[in-house]
Design a protein around this ligand. Structure first.
Ligand code: ADP
Ligand code: MG
Length: 704
């Protein structure tokens, strides 16, 4: 570790790091640079190019190929204005090896008259195929006089991300100045990675990595650079991942300084509840529950992520945790992302807890008027010990009396910032509630290590006994008649069927219409089958009624839009048909399929697709046919779609990675995690500078 951490050198760095020290940066430009996350000279150095242009050599015209970006030097043969459909300036140049047509749509007459026959030009642009040979459209060009020295660029030309009012040339100039300060030692970059690591990985120094990435030498393989697999970039990607990881770990440390109510684990309700359950908890459930109760017994806020595949029985775990809060005289709240799912939790809880004389309060965005006032009142005065609802619970001004535990179900699509703002809700001075986040879409380990590094992680890796894996077939639309026949047979055997409609159109109205049409067609084709319909446009009461009838087996076939994706639990359903399955993502398909296979009967899932299948769609359906393990599916999903999609766009916005790529660089993560721990323990002075370097102030995970 070669840090130069003395007071005076820090002082020197701080002042010399001031962005306005660069020529051409006044307050106006400085404020524009902030939009790019650039506040200091160091930030300029960490604002890395997106790609490069090769202006280091003059390419003979005869060797140009379409698609190349090249510098050429040649003499004007002819320049003329063409009055076709569009007025344009055409200029043919040649250099003895070949010729090239330059095409300008915007030009002045003066420009034309300067392009005399015999004038030497140096141009840069992209080569394209034209009707009469190769051409460049609007190349950059300069005049070359006979005595001109060879002034091609000495390095590849960086192309930076820009923002309004700060153009490419400006950024190039600023980075030039910053690199000069670095080269002359007037600015230094502390090296925080241990030599042991950089030696082992054969990585260059930070200064070398930064310098080379801004100005790669001629001949460097830019394709490799753009892919980000070059050791220079791996060196930086590692450090960036480290900075993000540290930021989240630091957050975790900080939260652990707050207090939370310590909840004893053997209260009256908890005991009664566990004794009264209609089933025996699985080993995995028991383990997770005791881990959670251990956490809750501490006066430090728990922050735990609970992962468990669909149907693994997370709800009962949530109930156990919530009852620990109630036993200790506190409130607990459970939030779900959709109305249907929240309602189902409410029902489940009511069924479980009624015998215990506990009431469950309900609040959703649709709770209005007097009911709403009453519930808010009960939540505020502590009468409501258990509260179930949608996220509306926290979007609105809900005031808890003494909240000790927040459980968030199916939290997968939320990002770090949302998590933070949730945590803030039950805050009372130095007190924070415990937090349990449950997700049914398993998150690949690589992602938990980065995006969820502020949480402790538990996994329910066992399904309740008696489940048989769902058999999945993939069929083209053209075999629809067979599928309808299967539905008929299943219903005749007394089992129930889901038929899920997805639609090409994004509009909810059209989706609902399609589901209604399908329900009608199936009704006509299968007159003896009792068909129900649910979609997002039904009133909650109607939806509830249909669901209740399906649950009570008064309906055999439920035609639905993807609203049934999460949570719905009808063990007697043993066949699921998914239309246009090729249009859905892997995790959504997995969630849907998880609705069947909940009883003891062998269950089936038919995924119908409309040919032709795209390559990724084929890969998705193949994955679904091959495995029912949510973790395997999540990993495939990550590989097929990339981490941004898997985590949801908001999450990617949160991460805001500049150079690292979670998928490409996953091999680095174990070492990142290890070094982060080591730095936090042994070199805490490295933590802040590292975070500051990579996470612009705006995206930093501050605990608000
Ligand atoms: P998920 O993890 O998908 O939220 P649920 O909590 O909805 O799963 O549980 C799925 C079903 O399994 C429910 O009907 C639940 O009552 C049942 N269940 C949960 N745990 C067990 C168990 N240990 N033995 C038998 N059934 C269980
Ligand atoms: Mg659930």
């Amino acid at each position: 570790m070669t840090s130069t951490g003395t007071q005076s050198s820090q002082q020197a760095t701080r002042t010399s790091n001031d962005i306005t020290r660069l020529k051409g940066v006044g307050p106006r430009i400085a404020s524009k640079l902030e939009k790019l996350g650039i506040q200091t000279i160091q930030d300029v150095l960490f604002h890395l190019p997106l790609r490069y242009e090769d202006r280091t050599r003059v390419v003979p015209l005869g060797t140009l190929r379409p698609g190349m970006q090249a510098v050429v030097e040649a003499e004007v043969d002819l320049a003329e204005i063409s009055f076709g459909r569009r007025r344009m300036l055409l200029c043919r140049i040649s250099d003895g090896t070949g010729s090239l047509l330059l095409r300008f749509f915007h030009f002045s007459t003066a420009q034309k008259s300067q392009l005399q026959r015999g004038t030497r030009l140096r141009c840069f642009g992209e080569v394209r195929p034209g009707k009469k040979g190769l051409e460049m459209i609007h190349p950059e060009y300069t005049y070359v006089s006979d005595q001109a020295v060879n002034d091609v660029e000495q390095t590849l030309t960086p192309i930076y991300p820009t923002t309004e009012g700060v153009h490419q040339l400006k950024l190039r100039d600023l980075s030039e100045q910053a690199l000069a300060l670095l080269a002359t030692g007037q600015l230094s970059l502390d090296e925080w990675l241990p030599e042991q690591l950089t030696d082992k990985m054969n990585w260059p120094s930070l200064q070398q990595a930064i310098t080379t990435l801004h100005r790669p030498p001629p001949g460097m393989d830019t394709d490799g650079l753009i892919e980000g697999r070059h050791p220079l970039q791996q060196r930086l990607a590692f450090e960036e991942l480290l900075a993000h990881h540290l930021s989240l770990r630091q957050l975790r440390h900080r939260v652990r300084h707050f207090h939370a109510p310590a909840l004893p684990d053997d209260g009256f309700f908890s005991k009664q509840f566990r004794q009264g359950l209609p089933f025996t908890l699985t080993g995995a459930q028991q383990q997770v529950i005791s881990r959670i109760l251990e956490d809750l017994g501490q006066d430090i806020p728990m922050m735990r992520l609970l992962q468990g595949d669909v149907g693994s029985g997370k709800t009962v775990v949530a109930a156990c945790a919530m009852l620990a809060a109630v036993d200790a005289g506190y409130q607990a709240v459970l939030m779900a992302p959709t109305e249907i799912l929240a309602e189902q939790h409410l029902k489940t809880f009511q069924a479980w807890l009624d015998g215990l004389g506990l009431e469950v309060a309900w609040l959703s965005g649709k709770t209005k008027g007097k009911a709403r006032t009453a519930v808010l009142e009960q939540i505020a005065n502590g009468q409501a010990q258990l509260v179930v609802g949608t996220h509306a619970l926290f979007q609105q001004q809900v005031d808890f009396h003494n909240l000790a535990l927040v459980v968030v179900d199916e939290q997968h699509r939320f990002g770090v910032h949302q998590r933070l703002s949730l945590r803030e809700k039950g805050q009372r001075g130095e007190r924070r509630p415990h937090q349990l986040i449950m997700t049914a879409t398993p998150i690949p380990r690589t992602l938990t290590m980065t995006a969820y590094a502020d949480l402790d992680c538990s996994v329910i890796d066992e399904l309740p006994p008696g489940r048989t894996p769902v058999q999945t077939v993939v069929l083209p639309e053209s075999r629809r008649a067979e599928v309808v026949e299967r539905v008929h047979n299943a219903c005749a055997r007394g089992s129930q069927v889901y038929w899920v409609c997805t639609l090409i159109e994004e509009s909810e109205a059209l989706q609902c219409q399609a589901a209604a049409d399908t329900a009608e067609l199936l009704h006509q084709a299968l007159p003896r089958v009792r068909v129900g319909l649910v979609h997002g446009r039904l009133k909650p009461a109607e939806k509830e009624q249909v669901m209740a009838r399906f649950k009570a087996a008064e309906l055999d076939l439920l035609v639905a839009t993807t609203v049934i994706e999460v949570g719905v639990d009808v063990p007697n359903a043993s066949l699921m048909v998914i239309e246009n399955a090729e249009r859905l993502g892997l995790s959504q398909l997995h969630q849907l399929r998880g609705r069947v296979g909940r009883g003891s009967r062998q269950s089936h899932c038919v995924m119908m697709y409309r040919a032709p299948l795209s390559t990724p769609a084929r890969a998705r359906l193949a994955a679904m046919r091959e495995t029912s393990d949510g973790f395997v599916i999540a990993q495939r999903d990550l590989e097929l779609r990339g981490p941004g999609e898997v985590l949801g766009t908001r999450q990617t916005g949160d991460m805001n990675l500049r150079i690292a790529d979670l998928l490409r660089d996953q091999a680095l993560l174990p070492a990142v995690q290890q070094l982060a721990e080591q730095l936090l323990q042994q070199h805490p002075q490295a933590v802040d500078p590292l975070i500051r370097r990579w996470l612009a102030t705006g995206t930093r995970y501050v605990d608000v």
